[in-house]
Design a binder for this molecule. Sequence first.
Ligand SMILES: [Zn+2]
Ligand SMILES: [Zn+2]
Length: 254
Amino acid sequence: MDWTERLTSGDGRLRTAVDAVLSVVLAPSCAACDQLLEHPTRGPVCDACWASIRPLTPPLCDQCGDPLPAWRAISVPLALCPRCRRAGRFIDRARAIGPYDGALRAIVHAIKYEGRRSLARPLGALMRHRGADVLHGAGCVVPVPLHPSRRRERGFNQAADLAGHLDLPVVAALRRVRATPTQTGLPAAQRHRNMREAFGLTRAGRTLRGVTVVLVDDVSTTGATLEACARVLKEAGAGEVRALTAARVVSLPR
Ligand SMILES: [Zn+2]
Ligand SMILES: [Zn+2]
């Protein structure tokens, strides 16, 4: 369904003409909101949906990127959420484009479950923009791997697709060594337990000693997956381990 991608490089006048024809003949609808696309050559998601994706509202936890109650940022020198202050974490800093809802959620779903892989490019551009501080000074990006059986089933790894658009070398440093049961609906502690030992290092992962690494995934839910990955990378000698995801499931500030 990525015929739009082939047209996005055309010149302005041609695109306007092609848009007019396509929207009448094929009447393609936005992958996020289902409204008819006015400019199909600009991609499968409408401008209004892209514009509706808001960032997480600061102040944010310096470490995991969760929103903090406003008073916390001024009352503590290092702005950390309660969870990050309690636990020794392997992720040094995590950021996302925005909360996992609305158009952002629909776009992530369209990539993952409908195979609209061309959306990884504009979504990656938004990750580059909103995650600039996390990417700054990093040596490479490492996509969170899928278990090989899941990867075969889906045909691609959405995290690797996104990682490919972040303007840094992509290193496939990790592999899933254990299939994990579906995590949906499980409490955070259980997720962390299930994830431990789910990942191992690849040969490429052995080259990361001292390197600042950015883990990349589509969604961060409890952070259990990213933490498990970061642990493996830190044990392999990586310097800082940061994380950048398209979306983040936000736990409300307590
Ligand atoms: Zn839309
Ligand atoms: Zn935090």
